[in-house]
Design a protein around this ligand. Structure first.
Ligand code: AMP
Ligand code: FE
Ligand code: FE
Ligand code: ZN
Length: 284
């Protein structure tokens, strides 16, 4: 089966490979297509597209936008967006500003907790590009304040942990609208992070989002169980959504996850990308 990976991060956000390195890896492992989905930025898209043409991997321009959601974490994937779309670019600038406001607050909180850490150290790890919490985790680990990347999240950085700081996010409807107006298709990422207890809650949300233009649901994902895969595939079918899937590869910033293979058994069929292309051509 020809496989693809529709969820991966680069150095433009919190991944450890450059866009070109990521596409080279996709080529090496034999993926037919991949999407680049950096958090709140399209800065890596152009480089990935041009490398894709050079090495013969279909690269889908994408993004992963964090949206406001009370019970948990909502990430909206957007595929086939125009990375130069002015309204998208200006809305993303707001999210990038929100990060720049938040980051020194995390540093101040960590200092208050007795952790000797500076903004300059975080910036050095991020290599001058957009900063995310994984960069904090790396510094905490390398300075010996935690013994693992995950411990950095559990103790300090995760939602509810001691140095967690909230930042501005758009509503889910606005995040979808940004993607739609930029010519793209909105897809709800890793539904389990929404923090629902009852299956009806997810179904009600999806039903509302479909009315606002939702085009797909991330069905296969590194951290989904096979029960989750089945449940989400049934929901995608019921609401006429394209199923999608991806690893959420971050290079060595999320070490157990491999591009294209996730934790080892991920295999996203090329047909799922064809579904998105058909939807795009139909114009939802
Ligand atoms: P940020 O974009 O700065 O809010 O950071 C969010 C990113 O941090 C996510 O996309 C993941 O890459 C990572 N992350 C969030 N929560 C965790 C966690 N509990 N364990 C490991 N990584 C996490
Ligand atoms: Fe991330
Ligand atoms: Fe995500
Ligand atoms: Zn992601």
């Amino acid at each position: 089966m020809e496989t693809i990976d529709l969820h991966a991060h680069t150095t433009a956000s919190d991944g450890s490979l450059t866009p070109a390195e990521l596409v080279d890896l996709a080529c090496q492992i034999g993926l037919k297509a991949m999407a680049i989905t950096d958090h709140d930025t399209v800065a890596g898209v152009a480089e990935a597209l041009s490398r894709g043409k050079e090495v013969g991997v279909e690269v889908v321009p994408g993004i992963e936008i964090s949206a406001e959601f009370k019970t948990g974490t909502m990430h909206m994937l957007g595929y086939f967006i125009d990375p130069a779309h002015p309204a998208l670019v200006s809305s993303l600038t707001k999210l990038q500003e929100a990060r720049r406001n938040r980051n020194p607050k995390i540093v101040a909180k960590l200092n208050e907790l007795g952790v000797d850490i500076t903004m300059e150290e975080i910036e050095a790890v991020a290599g001058g590009e957009q900063i995310g919490r994984p960069h904090f985790a790396k510094v905490l680990e390398s300075k010996g304040y935690v013994s693992s990347f995950n411990e950095a999240f559990d103790r300090y950085l995760a939602k509810g942990a001691s140095a967690y700081m909230d930042k501005f996010r758009f509503t889910p409807a606005k995040a979808m609208d940004m993607i739609l107006k930029a010519g793209g298709l909105p897809v709800l990422a890793h539904p389990f992070t929404l923090g629902f207890n009852e299956p009806e809650e997810l179904e009600a949300l999806i039903s509302r989002m479909v009315d606002n233009g939702l085009a797909g649901l991330e069905v296969y994902y590194s951290e989904h169980t096979s029960e989750m895969n089945e449940k989400y595939l049934a929901l995608a079918e019921k609401y006429d959504l394209c199923p999608t899937g991806g690893s959420d590869f971050h290079g060595n910033n999320k070490f157990k996850i491999e591009l294209g293979r996730g934790m080892g058994n991920l295999a996203v069929p090329y047909a799922w990308l064809s579904c998105l292309r058909q939807r795009l051509n139909k114009g939802t």
